[in-house]
Design a protein around this ligand. Structure first.
Ligand code: FAD
Length: 375
């Protein structure tokens, strides 16, 4: 029997949609290329705005040891710093843990999970056919595209953003050492910034995003860290005092923040596959979870007949998506660009020290209000 919904990609957007839709009784198939648990390049700080919704889905990250983050320390390449209380706060939990726990919960709700790489999504006769690298073919009335920032599907669909430059790379590793549980550090260096926070198993997540132009002058990650990141005294202390808990850091390249569309080829795009905010904003995961709520609610309106046609579903989702995320994405890009301009970021910190209330205001510009606990 065909599925009501096939979800392609089981990161936070796909898993949350699977949890929501299967909890509401839809027949859901989630196809993910990597088995859980697995580490991912990510800062692993999630804004508290998602908690009311996650709780409504029966998921509480603190049951799995998430750390409650209340404070932020922000520093410049020249090591000027400012520390503030975060307006809403957040929690820190590894992707290794949260993705696997969400997948278990979605399966308990009835989601079927297939581990394979989707190689094609065809839309014919008002129905989708999704095929995998293992030769399977699945059918559904609806497809959610939650395949992240850059996927083989984007190439196959010839999406516009793939033609634009993708000039960033991300590096992440867990370390053992001392770091306050309630703090997230955001430390700038020439060409990028690095986030530091403790996760559920007391490891310290150190994750940075860097401009490829700055990185390519160096031989490798170690060389880059020694010559660029360590110029910031906070990062120097971190790399000197922490012991690597991974065999080696994970890295990803070709990260792009180019604009995308929330619906393409009738696929409801969710999370990074609809648009990615700069990680400096620390809001990509909450945006993925919020988009999952929006997509799920609109799909439920469609399957119940309240939205009468596919085009009404697509228009309704696109409108909500643009209203919710349009300004947030623009603010994230502007702020990250300002912080990458060395001298300007030093001046900005000096101003923020004089007017500290401005920083919570800037953070609010890239974050949302607490989500409604509605399914
Ligand atoms: C360096 C860096 C640091 C970041 N730090 C933070 C942070 O601290 N806080 C924050 O909120 N956000 C952060 N983000 C952003 C955050 O990681 C993303 O916004 C979030 O993961 C988006 O979730 P998603 O579900 O859309 O995509 P993903 O979590 O990337 O999931 C996509 C999934 O799709 C799967 N997939 C892809 N193609 C296929 C296919 N063809 N078939 C089957 N499966 C497929 C992948 O395996 C993956 O599991 C950071 C991003 C980067 C790059």
């Amino acid at each position: 029997m065909p599925f009501n919904v096939i979800i392609v990609g089981g990161g936070l957007a796909g898993l949350t949609s699977a949890l929501h839709l299967s909890k509401k009784g839809l027949k859901v198939l989630l196809i993910e290329k990597h088995k859980y648990p697995r580490h991912k390049v990510c800062g692993e700080y999630i804004s508290n705005e998602v908690l009311p919704y996650l709780n409504a889905l029966g998921f509480n990250p603190f049951d799995f040891g998430a750390k409650n983050i209340t404070d932020l320390v922000l520093s410049t390449p020249g090591s000027r710093s400012i520390k503030i209380k975060l307006p809403l706060g957040g929690f820190s939990i590894s992707r290794y843990c949260i993705d696997a726990e969400l997948a278990k919960k979605a399966e308990l709700n009835g989601t079927q999970i297939v581990y394979a790489t989707v190689k094609d999504i065809q839309f014919k006769n008002d129905q989708f056919e999704v095929s995998t690298n293992r030769g399977e073919q699945f059918e559904a009335k609806l497809v959610i595209g939650s395949f992240g920032k850059r996927s083989n599907i984007d190439v196959k669909m010839n999406r516009d953003f793939m033609k634009k430059a993708s000039p960033f790379l991300g590096v992440k590793a867990h370390y053992k050492g001392d770091f306050p549980e309630n703090l997230v550090g955001l430390h700038n260096f020439e060409g990028g910034y690095c986030g530091i926070s403790k996760v559920e198993n007391d490891h310290i997540n150190v994750c940075y995003i860097a401009d490829f132009k700055s990185f390519k002058k160096f031989k490798n990650i170690e060389d880059f860290q020694v010559h660029v990141l360590r110029k910031n005294k906070f990062l120097k202390e971190a790399f000197q005092n922490y012991e690597l808990a991974f065999e080696k850091p994970l890295s990803i390249s070709q990260v792009s923040f180019a604009a995308k569309n929330p619906v393409e080829h009738h696929i409801i795009m969710c999370g990074d596959s609809a648009g990615m905010i700069h990680p400096l904003a620390g809001n990509g995961m909450s945006m993925a979870i919020r988009a999952a709520q929006m997509a799920s609610q609109q799909i439920l309106r469609f399957t119940s007949g309240e939205l009468e046609s596919r085009s009404a579903l697509e228009a309704s989702y696109s409108k909500l998506w643009n209203k919710e995320f349009g300004t947030r994405l623009k603010s994230g890009h502007i702020i990250s660009r300002l912080f990458r301009l060395g001298i300007l970021s030093e001046l900005m910190i000096l101003c923020l020290k004089i007017f500290p209330f401005v920083l919570p205001y800037i953070i609010k510009k890239t974050h949302g209000r607490p989500m409604k606990p509605e399914l």
